[in-house]
Every structure is written in structure tokens, then in C-alpha cells.
Design a protein around this ligand. Structure first.
Ligand code: C2E
Ligand code: MG
Ligand code: MG
Length: 576
């Protein structure tokens, strides 16, 4: 906003002098419902040619500071004189806002300039109208102040915080350290709110905010950026360490218990820190600090934003979105890797492995998308699809053969499916709709599906067994299963993890582990499958050690359904 009062006069302006008789103009101006005057550009400067009574009254009202005579200021003020001069020469806009006076007493005006036909002698003229916008500006200000304030704590709110970040970014300070943004999340706040009521929750937030303030240094700024989330801007003199020290102080002031209506409660918070690099949008910086705060919740200590982690998280997020779409549009396939009877060399079955060929990203490994599917819950849909799809393919092979083939399909079941889905019902439905016998499916479960909820696992395993399916413990040896459960659960096969198998040729300990698993399986009456057999030697050694079944690149990579069927036929024709 232009401040008329404070500006020097860069352009010499003429003092007002008596206008020539323009009574027509004056009565015309009197008819206007707002303050108006006519100003002419004469050789020696600007001339107040006529004005109406409202103009006079506006001038009278404006008795603050130097703005004692608006008419005079219009002409004397360097800025307005310059503006009018500029406007007459077509360089300045026809509207200008300016302030008269400072602080509470300031008044705000808007000047509009409209060209009038020149006088007979060619003197250019303009109509100046003046609107007193003081009330409007103040109302706007109050509204804005309300909009930027959190009413509970009186702190700046999220909107204001973004502006504060922007201002801090623009302020180069002493040019040494810049700033950092901290996001402080009051953990488990909703539980306190629910159990003690929202009044107690409000009280806690107010006290929490006070304590935060006490942990800050002069110049640091605090805002309430969400229900239970606060933002802090810290100026850095000695690098990011300053922000970490602030985080430490915050941790300390929050460690003492809070008194809430007769109760003493302890609260915890998570703190994420993001340093302000040049050119980053305030919103993005804030999101970075929020991301670091999420990491801090997992790590249980303050975390500084790491772009690589955020990049990985973004990829996980887009993988999740795209996987959802791929599942809906049936864009996943199953590959089938042969499971070979190590004693006879015959194909015992195939393990069905999910494959995702992404239009733009190319092949995405199940090692990447299965964990994303598990995290997002998409594994339920994926698992159902895999079971139905595998069962349909095997039934189709049987149909083409005219009889049930002497082989089974192994399908992987995630621990999340065991925990959240009715997997027995899903397997039952896949068997029913394909017409397959339960024994044609082997279900590969992991140790983690037992650990989380052994009671539920027992029920699920029993129900799967009741369908006639074989149960295999996948990646055996890498998880934490208790031998007691291994004995109690109806597990048929132990699949020895690839890490032990591939290390066998170089590491005697791995041989010892494989031997141990083989004898454990024998003692418990279970079969064994070795994963990751890549060489003839390994196949021979495992066969010699008594392992039943083998799987690995030595026999075949995971194949398409067509290739898998051809593989099976070829082996059978060779009598294997
Ligand atoms: P897994 O169930 O242990 O499957 C065996 C993995 O070892 C497969 O990896 C297979 O391609 C790989 N493999 C087999 N033989 C060899 C070998 O000789 N050398 C090497 N280096 N690797 C070998 P893949 O297909 O990448 O699958 C990885 C994991 O993803 C699977 O491990 C399984 O845990 C999971 N997965 C795949 N499909 C599904 C699915 O439909 N549902 C669920 N829940 N998990 C799946
Ligand atoms: Mg498996
Ligand atoms: Mg495995």
C-alpha cells in the first residue's frame, strides 16, 4: 500500500491555487455521491480545479498526521503528484490505495482517476474520486487475524504457519544457518480426549502449548498446525544441531507429568525436523517435517527429514495406488516355478508366484509389491485372486488332459491374510469354483502368521487342513516360530529358505542348519522342500541328504502357464 504521508516528493508539484471558474464542473461534482475533485495538468504543475462538498468533508475527517488537507496532500505529496503526473503521461494506473497516518489512527483511501475531456485550451484534466476504505480495511484485517489464529491456544494456526515459514525463508538473517521447521505431534491424544472428555483434552493442549513455548529460544516461533500437532520455526546458528537441541528441550519439558482434573498423566510426542533449503515451497517444507514426524513415531526419537526415505515412501505410495488399479483391471499374472521330486527327478508341482508387468515401470518384483500390498491391505484381494487364478489354471490343465494330472500347485498366503481374511473360506471357494480336489493345493504360509496370533493361526491351519490342502512352512528358518507350535500345527512340509541352501557349498554352518531342518522334519513326520537350488551339485547334495523336493533356477525359472505346462509334458515324456 502506498503511504502518502511518508513519501518524499521526487517530482516538484505546484501549490494549489484558485481554479478558474468552472461552476458547471462543481455542480456536476456535487451530484456525485462520493468525494470527487477535478485536477488539471497545467504547464507549471497540477491544479485542483474543482471539488465537491463530500470531498471537502473527507478532507475534514482526515485530520491525522500530515493528512490535514487531503486536497493539498493530493497535490503536495510527492507520491501522489508523481502518480498523477505518471497517470497523465499514461504510465501509472488509474487506481491507487494509500494510507494516511500510522498505527491505530491510520486511515485508508482509494483514489480513482478518470480522464475528462481537456479544456478548450487543451489542458488535460482528470476526475479524482476518493473512497475512505478505513472501515473496510479494518474489518478485513480483523477477519484475517481471526483466520490466522487458533482460538483455543491463541497461537497462529496452520495457515499462518505457512506464511511464517515463507517469511522466515525470505529473511536471510545473518546468512549463516537459515531455519528449520519442527513438527511436534502429541501422541495418543485422541485416547485422552475420548477417555477424559474434550474439555480435559482442550486443557491438555493449552498446557502442552505453554510447555512448548517454555522450551523455545527467543526468535523461535510456535503455531498450532492441527488438532494435536504443533509447528515450530527455529533459526539455525550452528546448523541442524540447533533444531535437534530444541527437540531435546521440548522432550525434556514434556517429560514431567501433566495435571488434568485430579489426574496426573504423562504424554509423549514425536518430533520431525526439516531444514529449510532455498527455493522450497513452505507447504513442501512443512510436509517434509510432517514426514519426518511420522518416521519419528516409528523410531521413537526425533528424526530429521531424509529425502531418500521420502522418495521411497512416495514410490511405495504410487505402487499402492497403481497396484490397486492393476488388481481391478486384472493386470497381474502368475508365474509357475517347478517343484522337483529330488529322488525321482519328476515334476511334483509348481509354485504360483505373482508377477506384475507395469506399463511404464517395467517388471516390478513381488519383493517390492507384496510388502506394499500387505501394508495397504490389498494383499487380501491379491491373495484371493492368486488362489482363484491358480486353481482355475490347474483345473484347465486337467480338463485339457482329460484327467487329474499328478501334480499340485503351491500358492503363497501372507500372514496378513491369515490374520484378517477368512482364508479357509477363500480356499474353499477357489476349490469349489474350479472343481479341484483340496489335495491339489499346497498353501505356503510363513512363520510370521503363527507368531502374531497363535490361537487364530491354529484355527485357520486346521480349517485349511480340513479342506484337504497341504500346508507348507515357507522360508523356514528365517522367522521366529516356536518348535511347540510347529509340532502342534498341522504342517506337512518345511520349505528350507534359499539363504541356507545357496550358502551350503561355502558355509559349513549352513550345511549344519539344512541337516538339522531335515532331521527335524523327519522327526515331526513332515516333508521337505529346498528353495533356491541353482546348481547340479546342490541338487545332488540335497537329494543325498534326504530332502524330498527341490526348487530353483537349476531346474527352471518361474515360467508362464504355457511354458510350465510344456515343461511338465517334456519331463513326463522323458519318463521323469
Ligand atoms: P517365496 O514364496 O519364497 O518364493 C520363492 C522365491 O524365490 C521366488 O521369488 C522365486 O522366483 C525365487 N527363486 C526360486 N528359485 C530361485 C533360485 O534358484 N535362485 C534365486 N535367486 N531365486 C529363486 P519371487 O517370485 O521374486 O517372489 C518373492 C516372494 O514374493 C515369494 O517368496 C513370496 O514370499 C512372495 N510372493 C510371490 N507371489 C506371491 C503371492 O501370490 N502371494 C503372496 N502372499 N506372496 C507372494
Ligand atoms: Mg513361497
Ligand atoms: Mg520361500
Amino acid at each position: 500500500m502506498a503511504s502518502a504521508a511518508a513519501s518524499p516528493a521526487p517530482v516538484p508539484a505546484a501549490a494549489p491555487r484558485e481554479p478558474p471558474a468552472v461552476s458547471d464542473d462543481a455542480s456536476l461534482l456535487d451530484a456525485l455521491p462520493l468525494a470527487a475533485a477535478i485536477i488539471a495538468l497545467e504547464n507549471d504543475g497540477l491544479l485542483l480545479a474543482a471539488h465537491n462538498a463530500e470531498f471537502e468533508r473527507t478532507v475534514e475527517r482526515s485530520t491525522v498526521g500530515q493528512f490535514t488537507r487531503l486536497g493539498e496532500v493530493c497535490l503536495r505529496s510527492g507520491l501522489l503528484a508523481e502518480h498523477l503526473g505518471g497517470w497523465f503521461s499514461g504510465r501509472a494506473p488509474g487506481e491507487v490505495d494509500f494510507r494516511d497516518g500510522d498505527g491505530f489512527e491510520a486511515r485508508y483511501y482509494r483514489l480513482r482517476l478518470t480522464q475528462l475531456p481537456p479544456l478548450g485550451c487543451g489542458t488535460p484534466r482528470c476526475l479524482v474520486t476518493v473512497t475512505d476504505r478505513t472501515v473496510e480495511v479494518q474489518a478485513e484485517r480483523n477477519l484475517r487475524a481471526e483466520m490466522l489464529r487458533d482460538s483455543l491456544t491463541g497461537l497462529p494456526n496452520r495457515l499462518a504457519f505457512t506464511e511464517m515459514i515463507e517469511a522466515a525463508g525470505a529473511d536471510k538473517g545473518d546468512g549463516r544457518g537459515g531455519h528449520a521447521v519442527l513438527v511436534v505431534d502429541l501422541l495418543r491424544f485422541s485416547r485422552i480426549n475420548e477417555s477424559m472428555g474434550s474439555l480435559a483434552g482442550d486443557e491438555l493442549l493449552i498446557t502442552f502449548a505453554r510447555r512448548l513455548i517454555s522450551a523455545l529460544r527467543a526468535g523461535d516461533r510456535l503455531a498450532r498446525t492441527g488438532g494435536n500437532e504443533f509447528g515450530v520455526i527455529v533459526s539455525l546458528k550452528n546448523g541442524i544441531g540447533d533444531a535437534m537441541r530444541t527437540a531435546e528441550r521440548i522432550g525434556k519439558v514434556l517429560s514431567a507429568p501433566f495435571r488434568l482434573s485430579e489426574l496426573e498423566i504423562r504424554v509423549e510426542c514425536a518430533i520431525g525436523v526439516a531444514q529449510m533449503p532455498a527455493g522450497l515451497e513452505p507447504e513442501e517444507l512443512f510436509r517434509n517435517a510432517q514426514f519426518a514426524c511420522k518416521q519419528a513415531k516409528l523410531a521413537r526419537r526425533p528424526q530429521v527429514y531424509q529425502p531418500e526415505e521420502a522418495c521411497a515412501a512416495r514410490r511405495r505410495f504410487s505402487i499402492e495406488t497403481e497396484l490397486r488399479r492393476a488388481l481391478e483391471q486384472d493386470q497381474l499374472q502368475l508365474a509357475y516355478q517347478p517343484l522337483i521330486n529330488l529322488q525321482t527327478g519328476r515334476v511334483a508341482g509348481f509354485e504360483a508366484l505373482a508377477r506384475w508387468h507395469h506399463g511404464e515401470r517395467g517388471e516390478i518384483s513381488p519383493n517390492e509389491f507384496i510388502p506394499v500390498a500387505e501394508e495397504s491391505g490389498l494383499i487380501l484381494a491379491l491373495g484371493q485372486w492368486a488362489l482363484h487364478s491358480a486353481a482355475r489354471t490347474l483345473a484347465e490343465w486337467d480338463r485339457q488332459e482329460g484327467a487329474a494330472l499328478p501334480l499340485y500347485f503351491a500358492v503363497n498366503l501372507s500372514a496378513i491374510q491369515v490374520a484378517r481374511d477368512d482364508v479357509a473360506a477363500v480356499v474353499g471357494s477357489a476349490l469349489r469354483s474350479s472343481g479341484l480336489d483340496g489335495a491339489r493345493l499346497s498353501l505356503e504360509l510363513t512363520e510370521s502368521s503363527i507368531v502374531q496370533d497363535p490361537g487364530r493361526a491354529t484355527r485357520v491351519f486346521d480349517a485349511l487342513k480340513a479342506l484337504g490342502a497341504t500346508l507348507a512352512m515357507d522360508d523356514f528358518g528365517t522367522g521366529y516360530s516356536s518348535l511347540a507350535y510347529l509340532q502342534r500345527l498341522p504342517i506337512d512340509v518345511l520349505k528350507i529358505d534359499r539363504s541356507f541352501v545357496s550358502a551350503m557349498m561355502v558355509d559349513p554352518d549352513s550345511v549344519a542348519i539344512v541337516r538339522a531342518v531335515l532331521s527335524l522334519a523327519e522327526a515331526l513326520g513332515m516333508g521337505t522342500t529346498a528353495e533356491g537350488i541353482e546348481t547340479r551339485e546342490l541338487a545332488a547334495t540335497l537329494a543325498a541328504l534326504g530332502c524330498d523336493t527341490g526348487q530353483g533356477f537349476f531346474f527352471a525359472q518361474p515360467l508362464t502357464a504355457e511354458q510350465a505346462r510344456a515343461f511338465f509334458r517334456e519331463r513326463r515324456n522323458k519318463g521323469r
